[in-house]
Design a protein around this ligand. Structure first.
Ligand code: TIU
Length: 221
């Protein structure tokens, strides 16, 4: 059992039953010309977390523990993209449109690939998810149950959209969840801060948060 110093109180877990879940570290969100930029966001601020997420990835690989990568991704025929999602707002490019990194948020396109520094290995789970949450229409819960996973450590983007949605879905399914504070980022710093605060409030109503150095030191001690 390892003990991570976290908010609102220490997070206890066994590495063999604790998966690292890296949400949507794909070019669509962190590079110019993708989905994030099409919504009017400055995507460069998300790139700063890549080394921290990589440190967690390396730690999990060294521990031989389970790693899950997700991508927000739609089938090329967009049959899994509700019109309500595609037609919302006034983006410069809509889901499925051709942009500088290929078709926006479409599986297999250059923009849909996870950034090189965090590229999944063959032994790791990669989930293509049509929604913001990692559990909706993916089979992730069944995959985790089959591997006796009870605890999830989250990283990735964006904090208040796909990360928070996935963490809430996981919490409702009975997982003990921790979000690594400096391994997640938002286009809106105030939304990130609010998300971290609301997760740990009320005695950990959604779960725990901790800085990466506490996760690393707990695993390595
Ligand atoms: N727009 C935004 O902040 N996020 C998303 O649309 N998806 C994810 O968070 N991955």
């Amino acid at each position: 059992m390892i003990k991570i110093l976290a908010r609102p109180f220490p997070f206890l877990c066994e590495p063999r039953s604790t998966a690292l879940v890296i949400i949507d570290m794909q070019r669509d969100f962190v590079e110019p010309g993708g989905f994030g930029a099409s919504l009017g966001n400055d995507v460069t601020r998300l790139q700063a977390i890549i080394p921290t997420v990589r440190a967690l990835l390396t730690l999990w690989r060294q521990a031989g523990a389970l790693i899950v990568h997700t991508r927000e991704s739609h089938r090329p025929d967009l049959s899994d993209c509700p019109p309500a999602k595609r037609n919302r707002g006034s983006p410069s490019l809509r889901i499925g449109d051709v942009g500088p990194m290929g078709r926006v948020l479409v599986a297999g396109e250059p923009g849909n690939q996870i950034v090189e520094a965090l590229a999944p290995r063959a032994s790791e789970i990669v989930i293509d998810k049509p929604g913001k949450g990692a559990f909706y229409a993916t089979g992730l819960h069944e995959m985790l149950q089959a591997r006796s996973i009870t605890h999830l450590v989250f990283a990735g983007v964006t904090t208040e959209v796909c990360v928070q949605t996935s963490m809430r879905e996981a919490n409702d399914r009975g997982y003990e969840c921790l979000l690594v504070e400096d391994a997640t980022e938002s286009y809106f710093p105030e939304f990130k801060a609010a998300t971290l605060a609301m997760i740990a409030a009320q005695g950990g109503i959604v779960g725990w948060t901790a800085p990466s150095n506490q996760v690393l030191s707990a695993f390595l001690s």
